[in-house]
Design a binder for this molecule. Structure first.
Ligand SMILES: NC(=O)c1ccc[n+]([C@@H]2O[C@H](COP(=O)([O-])OP(=O)(O)OC[C@H]3O[C@@H](n4cnc5c(N)ncnc54)[C@H](OP(=O)(O)O)[C@@H]3O)[C@@H](O)[C@H]2O)c1
Length: 257
């Protein structure tokens, strides 16, 4: 029998680990015995997180990463492979939004910023990761995308963000199909609404209470709500799962019309 959620000794790279989900994921994964590699642009925040994790007995390293910069992606992966010889799991978590904008108020620079950071970069880093899995003759690889329930339910005023997540879900499915022959699995977490710097604009606005009433469980998510689904996807417990989108949203996408 496979030990459920066992990630002891795995090397796990997380993009966007300087705040929010990525910051939390690093702690969860390190506490379960993984070596975590934290990437983001704000290196000071990464280093502080690494110090916290190390103090708690976990294994963590900070590496600068700008997912919109091809060179930076290569450097990030190369440094991880140089040190460990493998990356067992890549978590494509880095993401941004462009404020409350509809398709009409979205400017070209908003579109480029959000689509490039959330969608193009996830493809680019996954492509580069796959090259290294093959070069290093890893037996398997594992990519986890951090998508969102805006991939499948519509919401007004988050135009480029929702489009990016819709694309990410389809990317997960197509990549899963194409990567299966390399024994690389590709799955996605699709969280509902959690309070982070990214969702603050909505969840701390005047309409927040009304918005939360629309969630069947009547609350926003808390970081530990994601731990089980994350550990499932990161571990061999999900070894026959690929192309799956795991929704973690308190029932939000099932909300009544
Ligand atoms: N919060 C929610 O309710 C929610 C729901 C569903 C999905 N998500 C998704 O969860 C992911 C994490 O978001 P969050 O809510 O945790 O927000 P957050 O606290 O704002 O974190 C975003 C992370 O992305 C990183 N990032 C942004 N641009 C980057 C770049 N060019 N290169 C490298 N890293 C970059 C940021 O690091 P630096 O600025 O230091 O580079 C930061 O660590 C996103 O993909 C988001 O779409 C969030």
């Amino acid at each position: 029998m496979i030990e459920p959620f066992d990630i002891e000794g795995k090397v796990i790279a997380i993009t966007g680990a300087s705040s929010g989900f990525g910051h939390h994921f690093a702690g969860t994964l390190a506490a379960k015995g993984a070596t975590t590699i934290l990437g983001a642009r704000r290196i000071d925040k990464l280093e502080r997180r690494v110090a916290e994790i190390t103090e708690q007995g976990g294994k963590a390293e900070a590496l600068p990463l700008d997912v919109n910069d091809s060179e930076s992606i290569n450097k990030f992966l190369d440094q991880a492979y140089k040190k460990h010889g493998r990356v067992d799991v890549l978590i494509n978590n880095a993401g941004v939004e462009a404020g409350a904008k509809t398709y009409q108020t979205t400017e070209e620079e908003d579109w480029d910023y959000v689509i490039d950071t959330n969608l193009k970069s996830a493809w680019m880093i996954s492509k580069r990761y796959t090259e290294r899995v093959l070069e290093h003759k890893q037996q398997s690889g594992n990519i986890i995308m951090v998508s969102s329930i805006t991939d499948s339910r519509t919401i007004k005023g988050q135009f480029s963000y929702a489009v990016s997540k819709g694309g990410m879900t389809r990317m997960t499915e197509v990549m899963a199909l194409e990567a299966a022959k390399f024994n690389i699995r590709v799955n996605a977490l699709a969280p509902g609404y959690f309070l982070t710097d990214l969702s603050r604009l909505l969840l701390e606005s005047d309409i927040a209470d009304e918005f939360i009433k629309g969630i069947p469980m009547r609350r926003t998510g808390e970081f530990p709500d994601l731990d089980g689904p994350l550990l499932l996807l990161a571990s061999d417990a999900s070894r026959y799962m690929t192309g799956s989108i795991l929704v973690v949203d308190g029932g939000h996408i099932c909300a009544s019309l």
